[in-house]
Design a protein around this ligand. Structure first.
Ligand code: ATP
Ligand code: MG
Length: 905
């Protein structure tokens, strides 16, 4: 067990080592750049950033440029999906994480193998003083199938220029020494540096032993650093094509090199993790012993996953049921299960570990510090929701596993295992892991079948489907887009049809050489309109416009059902006309969205960040990160602020400028979003300045009235605001006034008298209810006798739980009062019925302290089977259950909780 920690200022502290790396390459002409976000915004081939080179992919491919030729950084990476997925290793071994920092240096067509190799050797053996006799390097041995020769250059440089012992240069094939970002993309041969961590009786020559040495999965030999020589692009068809320039891309595992420099056997024993473990021990009460027990694995998993989730949430990801959000949800659920089963954590605990993660990483990644509260809130809510079904799932699993074992089988039946997912939310990989812990497998084929049956056809995945075939797209030139021009070409234009494809029955996708249509993007919906043949032979009604790469695709159908042939379409002259009225309504909402964003920041605070938006002709929707509900007062303030800019008729101006310059003058950019070097900045009266490619009104007055329709939570920490503008806002105002007028008429009073009148009526109603409850008092008395007689006793305390369906809310209250005054010491719950709901009262009156019984806690137990809310003080609680079917379970649960508590005392 390791107890020593490394102080944050010592020679090899995390902070120092990270800085050493950056300083080393800064001194060799590298620009130090910030880490990109932990997930790329615009690369559909990747869910998460898996290597330092991701943010430079365009440079390697030759489609983008930077103003520097050498760069270095520490990049936040997550490897839990796609080509690079280390999830199963995490926690079990000591050096694979889901989230880790990759230290990297790059050359974009500048230096190549020689400098890269010599520098990496110098940093490791000179600057950091690692013993060369503990280091091994590998080079690419060539691949016949891809027609690639062995990398003799690299081997020669290692021996002649770095001076490494030739016996320490090993050769490996494609799997180890040809690095690829994904199934497609930049790639090339690589050379890796591995360290021999030694051990009792180990021979320094073992690294070359093909049974125990480098690259055979022996923890003793750990890969530290990979130097990739980017030379090719792997295409969709699997072919390799030479890149325009030869580049260098390196990646070193920061946590790994740190463990070596701090002389630890495990990444988790470094000062990057020790504060996180200390916090975990504090919140769970369990102790970490750095071993291989399930408990120690659970510690490592929890620490690791908490880092990953903090990084992802801080960059703006949200948990969800698909894609990236589901990967995060899976990590959280995995950690919850480990915590519950192996650390004894009952309540949400990961969220309380976030501050320790921020303490360690917040200095390097300020976004984590800035969004700490938001991360905690999201995490707590995720943990709470899974916590509600976790225990039940564990019991279900236990039964299923035991049954399987008893039958002598080694595989859990898939359909039943799938139930764990369907009813308790256990992700597939978690079920597999739990099975593996008991030496069982899961019948995945049967799982898939069950899942297919379960899935409703209503999934909205079609949205992201390819709308035009790759073949059609490959042959098309980028569309010249004119929507942002100042004249008529912004909405109508003569053009040629380049490609037409039928996508369904009378559904077509049309590509023009140039187009005034705005393609869906930045929250704004795509334009609709018409494309007319110049010779009048057809009218194509455009329903939507989408962007695919640099091509705009017009989706729609032919008017009158008369479609020309595809062949006749291609090359025909057309006039493209945007539905201007719809565009204008959309524009009002778009400019209003910018004003709304600014006003929210002003009223609620600078922490408000955009989490998503929809801007259509009908309304606008804006999601923000904010920890609690926005009050009606705050909403009014926001509304007033926006409208005041409208009344001032604030001018709207768009400029194209350098991204860096725009950011420097405080223009708001979407969190983590990647932009081109030249960006469009939308400025409304010098008050709101945001990067935006959408369409806007020319002066704020054009927006007309701005009215907020609603505000609500979409998930923990995220609020959604919906609003309308222009004619729709006028309609909205008229509609509410009409409703008020009608209400007033129904009450036979003036509109301004409505609230007072309703208040008076409610008082009268309450009185009437009270009176009628009194009239039913006979019933309470009747029930009282039966219930009292049925009370059980432990010592001098009377207890029980009773269903009294004849009583309503007032009735159960009265009954509870009576029971309480009749007994000196009592704990009980009574459940009534009213309008399909279950009003209940729980009392803990003068119960022994040592029983630890509290009415509030018992109410929580009840809510588990009845749904709905409830709460109160330790001595009395009440609530409304939603599901009367749950009453028997609730009764059994409270009764046994009380009985247990009393037995304890
Ligand atoms: P390994 O074989 O150890 O999984 P890799 O070949 O997948 O490593 P690369 O893709 O070359 O690694 O990444 C560059 C460096 O990043 C590695 O040399 C290693 O130090 C580090 N690294 C890779 N994966 C992880 C991980 N899951 N956790 C921590 N560090 C990692
Ligand atoms: Mg790997």
């Amino acid at each position: 067990m390791t107890t020593s920690t490394t102080s944050t200022t010592s020679r090899h502290s995390a902070v120092r080592v990270r800085q050493d790396f950056l300083d080393f390459f800064a001194a060799r002409g590298h620009r130090i750049v910030p880490s990109g976000p932990v997930f790329p915004q615009d690369d559909p081939t990747l869910l998460f950033t898996n290597a330092g080179m991701n943010q430079f992919k365009d440079v390697f491919l030759g489609t983008g440029t930077r103003e520097y030729k050498r760069a270095a950084d520490t990049q936040k990476c997550i490897r839990v999906s796609g080509k690079h997925n280390d999830l199963e290793e995490v926690g079990v071994d000591t050096y694979h994480h889901t989230f880790f920092e990759m230290l990297g240096n790059w050359s974009f067509g500048d230096y190549f193998k020689e400098d890269a190799i010599v520098w990496s050797w110098e940093l490791l053996t000179k600057t950091w003083g690692l013993d060369p006799d503990r280091l091994w390097v590998t080079v690419f041995a060539g691949d016949a199938k891809d027609g690639l020769p062995a990398d003799e250059d690299a081997a020669r440089i290692w021996i002649e220029r770095a001076g490494i012992d030739p016996k320490r240069v090993l050769r490996f094939g494609k799997k180890a020494n040809f690095w690829e970002m994904g199934d497609t993309g930049p790639c090339g041969p690589c050379t890796e540096i591995h360290i021999d961590r030694g051990g009792p009786g180990s021979d320094p020559r073992d690294g070359a032993d093909p049974k125990i040495g480098v690259n055979v999965g022996n923890e003793r030999f750990m890969e530290l650093w990979n130097n990739v020589f980017m030379q090719f692009n792997r295409q969709d068809d699997g072919k390799l094509v030479e890149l325009p320039a030869k580049s260098v891309d390196t990646g070193m595992g920061f946590e790994r090199v740190l463990s070596v420099l701090q002389k630890k056997n495990s990444n988790y024993d470094t000062d990057l993790f020790t504060p996180i473990f200390a916090r975990l021990e504090e919140v769970t009460g369990a102790r970490y012993e750095a071993g291989t027990s399930q408990r120690d694995i659970a510690f490592r998993v929890a620490a690791d996953h908490c880092r990953a989730v903090t990084a992802a949430f801080a960059d703006g990801a949200l948990p969800s049921n698909e894609g990236r959000g589901y990967v995060l949800r899976r990590l959280i659920r995995r950690a919850s299960r480990f915590g519950r089963q192996h650390l004894g954590a009952r309540d949400p605990f990961l969220c309380d570990v976030v501050p320790a993660v921020v303490q360690v990483l917040g200095g390097t990644f300020p976004e984590m510090r800035a969004r700490e509260d938001h991360v905690r809130l999201l995490l707590r809510s995720e943990e709470e929701s899974f916590g509600r079904t976790l225990d039940r799932g564990l019991v279900f699993f236990e039964t299923l596993a035991t049954k399987t074992e008893k039958s002598g089988a080694k595989t859990l039946p898939g359909a039943e295992a799938f139930e764990l997912y369907a009813t308790n939310g256990f992700p597939q990989d978690l079920v597999e892991l739990m099975a593996r812990e008991r030496g069982l497998a899961v019948d995945l084929a049967a799982w898939e079948t069950a899942q297919k049956k379960h899935q409703t056809a209503s999934k909205t995945e079609g949205r992201f489907k390819q709308i035009l075939s790759g073949e059609a797209l490959a042959s098309v030139k980028p569309t010249r887009s004119t929507y942002h021009e100042s004249g008529a070409s912004a909405h109508e234009l003569d053009a040629f049809v380049l490609v037409a494809e039928s996508t369904a029955e009378n559904e077509y996708a049309l590509v023009l050489d140039q187009s005034p249509f705005y393609a869906e993007g930045g929250g704004q919906v795509g334009d609709s309109g018409v494309v007319r043949a110049a010779d009048g032979s057809f009218t194509f009604e455009v329903r939507d416009a989408r962007r695919m790469g640099s091509v705009i695709v017009h989706l729609g159908s032919f008017g009158g059902g008369r479609a020309p042939t595809i062949e006749a379409l291609a090359g025909s002259r057309v006039r493209a006309e945007v539905d201007l009225a719809r565009r204008e309504r959309t524009q009002k909402n778009h400019t209003a969205t910018h004003l709304l964003h600014r006003a929210l920041k002003e009223v609620l605070g600078g922490h408000v960040a955009q989490q998503g938006s929809y801007v259509g002709p009908d309304r606008l929707r804006f999601d923000i990160s904010h920890p609690k509900g926005v009050t009606p007062d705050e909403l009014e303030k926001v509304e007033t602020l926006v409208n005041s800019r409208v009344f001032q008729n604030a001018p709207v101006a768009t400029t194209v400028e350098d991204l860096d310059a725009a950011k420097a003058r405080g223009v708001v950019a979407m969190f983590g979003e990647k932009y081109d070097a030249k960006v469009r900045v939308l400025d409304v009266g010098g008050w709101s300045m945001e990067l935006c490619g959408g369409t806007h009104v020319s002066a704020a007055g054009n927006i007309g009235p701005f009215v907020i329709l609603s505000e609500r939570a979409v998930q923990a920490g995220v609020r959604r605001i919906e609003a309308v503008t222009g004619p729709v806002a006028v309609e909205e105002i008229q509609r509410t006034r009409r409703t008020l007028r009608e209400a007033a008429a129904a009450l036979k009073t003036a509109p301004e008298e409505v609230p007072t009148r309703i208040e008076a009526m409610q008082t009268a109603l309450k009185e009437a209810k009270k009176a009628s409850a009194k009239a039913q008092g006979g019933d309470v008395d009747l029930v009282f006798g039966t219930v009292r007689a049925a009370l059980e006793r432990v010592g001098s305390t009377a207890f029980g739980a009773f269903d009294v369906p004849d009583l309503g809310l007032e009735g159960v209250r009265e009954l509870a009062e009576k029971l309480k005054s009749a007994e000196n010491s009592t704990a009980f719950a009574v459940f009534g019925r009213e309008e399909g709901r279950v009003p209940f009262v729980i009392v803990c009156h003068n119960v022994p302290k040592s029983s630890q019984l509290g009415a509030g806690n018992l109410a929580k137990i009840v809510s588990q089977s009845l749904g709905g809310g409830g709460g109160g003080r330790p001595d009395s609680a009440q609530g409304q259950g939603q599901t009367p079917e749950g009453v028997p379970t609730a009764i059994a649960a409270v009764r046994s909780a009380i009985a247990e508590g009393l037995a304890r005392s």
